[in-house]
Design a protein around this ligand. Structure first.
Ligand code: IDP
Length: 148
């Protein structure tokens, strides 16, 4: 089953949106297999956002993502990467459709409350960056026979 890395950013944690965001993915039928509240060290933030190094917003992005706790998660399901990107909405909340997480709960690109891997390859990389193998819990979700 495909996995993805999702993270409620510091603004989403402060705005008490963890439960709302987790609830949307649960109700969709996805399976949570790892989660933790953590403060990201600068070195991990730099690795995670390495592709943006050199861009004008990079320094602000690293200081924002390390500014307070995030809620890091691993979810699995069929096509989970594409599906959760759709549920998150466009990067800039002004372009994100109502009904998406960013469309419903955020106003500004640097405070867009959630991160989600953008391809299965980046999902594998990001899951490995944030979680040890033993932090991922494989279990049978009995309701899956009513979902798939
Ligand atoms: P994504 O989070 O939708 O995958 P990316 O392009 O990978 O979008 O950008 C990573 C994060 O960097 C965004 O979620 C947003 O918080 C921030 N960001 C992207 N573009 C800008 C910008 O033009 N100004 C400020 N922040 C930006």
């Amino acid at each position: 089953m495909e996995k993805t890395f999702l993270m409620v950013k510091p603004d989403g944690v402060q705005r008490q949106l963890i439960g709302e965001i987790v609830g949307r993915f649960e109700r969709k039928g996805l399976q949570l297999i790892g989660a933790k509240l953590m403060t990201i060290p600068v070195s991990l933030a730099e690795q995670h956002y390495g592709e943006h190094k050199g861009k004008p917003f990079y320094d602000d992005l690293v200081s924002f993502i390390t500014s307070g706790p995030v809620f890091a998660m691993v979810w699995q399901g069929e096509n989970v990467v594409e599906l959760t990107r759709k549920m998150m909405g466009k990067t800039n909340p002004k372009d994100a459709e109502p009904g998406t997480i960013r469309g419903d709960y955020s106003m500004f690109v640097s405070k867009n409350i959630i991160h989600g891997s953008d391809s299965p390859e980046s999902a594998n990389r990001e899951v490995a960056l944030f979680f040890n193998e033993n932090e991922l819990v494989e279990y049978d979700k009995l309701i899956n026979s009513w979902i798939y």
